[in-house]
Design a protein around this ligand. Structure first.
Ligand code: KIV
Ligand code: NA
Length: 265
C-alpha cells in the first residue's frame, strides 16, 4: 500500500466524496488512526495546547513541530501527513516560509504543510507550491492571530463574507490543494465550497464542506473542560484513563498488584 497523495484528495472532490481528517501528535496515536483508515492527518499546532500545555498556539516552535511531525510520519504508512507551520515561521515572507516548510518536508517527512491566512499569505503559498510542496491553506478563524482576532466566528456580515470569499479564491489561485474553513457560518462555508474547485475542510463550518477535521483529543473526550459546540464527542478517553490510573493506584496501595501471575521466579 502506498501513501495517499494530494492528487487523491483532488480527485475525491471531483467524485463528490467526503473525507475525514484528524489531528495526531505522536506515533502511537497516529498508528491507531492509520489502521482505522483516516486518510489525512494533521500535525496541528493545536499540539501546543494539547500536548505541550501552552495557552495558545502562538509559542509553538518549528523544532517542536518537526519532532512531532517526524513521529507521526514514522507511526503511519498510509495517511497523507500535513504539518502545520508554527506562528512566526512564515510571516516574514516567502523565503522564510520555504525554509520552514523544507524542514518539515525533508527532515520530518510530511507530504504537505498548512499555514494560516488567505490574501495575506498568498505569496508564501505560491513559492511553496512552485517549489514542489503541497500547501493546505487555513482561513476564517486563524488561532495564531488570537491577539488581534480573538476566537470569534468569522465571516459574519456582508463585508466579512466578501473578504472570506476573496481569501478562499486567493489561496486557490496561489495553488493550495485544500483549504481549512474554521468557525465560519454554514451558509458561507457552503458557498465557498461551491465556488472553489479545491476541497474545503470544515471545522465549525457546517455540513457542506468537502471534508471535516477535528482535534483528536477533543472528539475523543481527552481534553478537559467544556468543548465548543462544533465538537462531537465520540469517546470518553479521559474517563477511561482516569479510571485505569485510579484502579492501578488502589491495587498498588492495597497490595492487589502485582499478583502471582505478574511475578517472575
Ligand atoms: O492545529 C490544528 O489542529 C488545526 C485544525 C483545527 C485545523 O489547525
Ligand atoms: Na493549527
Amino acid at each position: 500500500t502506498r501513501r495517499i497523495t494530494v492528487r487523491d484528495i483532488t480527485t475525491a472532490k471531483e467524485r463528490g466524496e467526503k473525507w475525514p481528517m484528524l489531528t495526531a501528535y505522536d506515533a502511537m496515536t497516529a498508528s491507531v488512526f492509520d489502521e482505522a483508515g483516516i486518510p489525512v492527518m494533521l500535525v496541528g499546532d493545536s499540539m501546543g495546547n494539547c500536548h505541550l500545555g501552552y495557552e495558545t498556539t502562538v509559542p509553538v516552535t518549528l523544532d517542536e513541530m518537526a519532532m512531532l511531525c517526524a513521529a507521526v510520519v514514522r507511526g503511519t504508512s498510509r495517511a497523507l501527513i500535513v504539518g502545520d507551520l508554527p506562528f512566526g515561521t512564515y510571516q516574514e515572507g516567502p523565503a522564510q516560509a520555504l525554509r520552514s516548510a523544507l524542514r518539515l518536508v525533508k527532515d520530518a517527512g510530511v507530504g504537505a504543510v498548512k499555514l494560516e491566512g488567505g490574501e495575506r499569505s498568498h505569496r508564501q503559498i505560491e513559492l511553496l507550491v512552485e517549489s514542489g510542496i503541497p500547501v493546505m491553506a487555513h482561513i476564517g478563524l486563524t488561532p495564531q492571530s488570537v491577539n488581534t482576532m480573538g476566537y470569534r466566528v468569522q465571516g459574519r456580515g456582508e463585508e466579512a463574507a466578501q473578504q472570506l470569499l476573496r481569501d478562499a479564491k486567493a489561496v486557490q489561485d496561489a495553488g493550495a490543494f485544500a483549504v481549512v474553513l474554521e468557525l465560519v457560518p454554514a451558509e458561507l462555508a457552503a458557498e465557498v465550497t461551491r465556488v472553489l474547485h479545491i476541497p474545503t475542510v470544515g471545522i465549525g463550518a457546517g455540513a457542506q464542506c468537502d471534508a471535516q477535521v477535528l482535534v483528536w483529543t477533543d472528539m475523543m473526550g481527552l481534553t478537559a473542560g467544556k468543548m465548543p459546540r462544533f465538537v462531537k464527542q465520540y469517546a470518553d478517553v479521559r474517563r477511561v484513563m482516569s479510571n485505569a490510573a485510579q484502579a492501578f493506584a488502589e491495587d498498588v496501595v492495597g497490595g492487589a498488584f502485582p499478583a502471582e501471575e505478574h511475578a517472575v521466579h
